[in-house]
Ligand binder design. Structure first.
Ligand code: KIV
Length: 285
């Protein structure tokens, strides 16, 4: 039986949780048209993929933020296509409804449309994902066009683009000042004309994100970009209180890190005192 997510509006244009249907590119367009907000979180493994899918998150991003959030790197730059494949496979396998989007990591798409095409095809073939995402505007429009033309949906990423943090001078709000706003709008339109199905807007002033959202026909998905975007995305560890640091724009909707620490300490305590394992956790024959 199909079951709507607790908070999904009645008459949603998106497939219901439990309906056996995936969120697809036409649902993204329909959601924008209907004014229905899209939800997106990162996921890097099967357990979180399953939980977020069951929770009715519409899109799961296997982000290259796996680099700094899971693999212990300082940023996303060291991540390779090969490292993206196993987590992306795990997330695809563990979900029934969410559209799974996989980041093309730094160095896998910037040089040419052909380079990007090769990376996107590898990701799609080896993971079963439903779309790829990569950073940049006008400079990657040819990449978007070739990949989209080959039948692979592309999500764009503008504003603060973490792979360019060195040239941007660190994690800084983008799109400040008239010229920067014009450039952002130009990039957004170039991506749309090249065929993207959605655009992530990261760390841009809320009024600027509102303007980009208004001029685009495809949905914008904000992260630190205010409330006017057509959807929102967060790194799940920031959303759930799992990391030791979270950006100012992230709201913690849980304290998963504290709960995990409490569980680990309780486990260690019981092992040390001998109260775990008890009879009921043991095989007698
Ligand atoms: O890799 C990632 O997690 C991202 C989000 C910040 C949008 O690109």
């Amino acid at each position: 039986m199909s079951q709507q997510t607790p908070d999904a509006p009645t008459g949603s244009v998106l497939p219901a949780v439990g309906s056996g249907k995936r969120v697809r590119v036409h649902h993204l367009a329909a959601a924008k048209e209907a004014g229905e907000r899209l939800t997106m979180l990162t996921a890097y493994d099967a357990p979180t993929g399953r939980i977020f899918d069951e929770a009715g998150i519409d899109m799961l991003l296997v982000g290259d933020s796996i680099g700094d959030n899971m693999l212990g790197h300082a940023n996303t730059l060291p991540v390779t296509v090969e490292e993206m494949i196993p987590p992306a496979r795990a997330v695809v396998r563990s979900t029934k409804r969410a559209m799974v989007v996989v980041d093309l990591p730094f160095g896998s798409y910037e040089a040419s449309a052909e380079q990007a095409y090769t990376a996107a095809v590898q990701v799609m073939k080896e993971t079963g994902a439903h779309a790829v995402k990569f950073e940049g505007g006008v400079r990657v429009a040819a990449q978007v066009e070739l990949i989209t033309g080959a039948g692979i949906p592309v999500v764009g990423h503008l504003g603060f683009t973490p792979q360019s943090e060195n040239i941007l001078g660190g994690k800084r709000v983008q799109g400040r000042g008239e010229d920067a706003v014009e450039k952002l709008c130009e990039d957004a339109v170039a991506l749309q004309e090249a065929g993207v199905v959605a655009v992530v807007l990261e760390m841009v002033p809320a009024p600027v994100a509102a303007r980009v959202t208004e001029i685009l026909q495809v949905p914008t998905i904000g992260i630190g970009a205010g409330p006017a975007c057509d959807g929102q995305v967060l790194v799940w560890l920031d959303m759930a209180g799992m990391g030791d640091w979270a950006p100012r724009f992230a709201k913690q909707f849980g304290q998963v890190g504290a709960e995990l620490r409490r569980a680990a300490e309780a486990y260690a305590g019981e092992v040390r005192t001998g109260s775990y394992p008890a009879q009921e956790h043991s095989y007698q024959e």
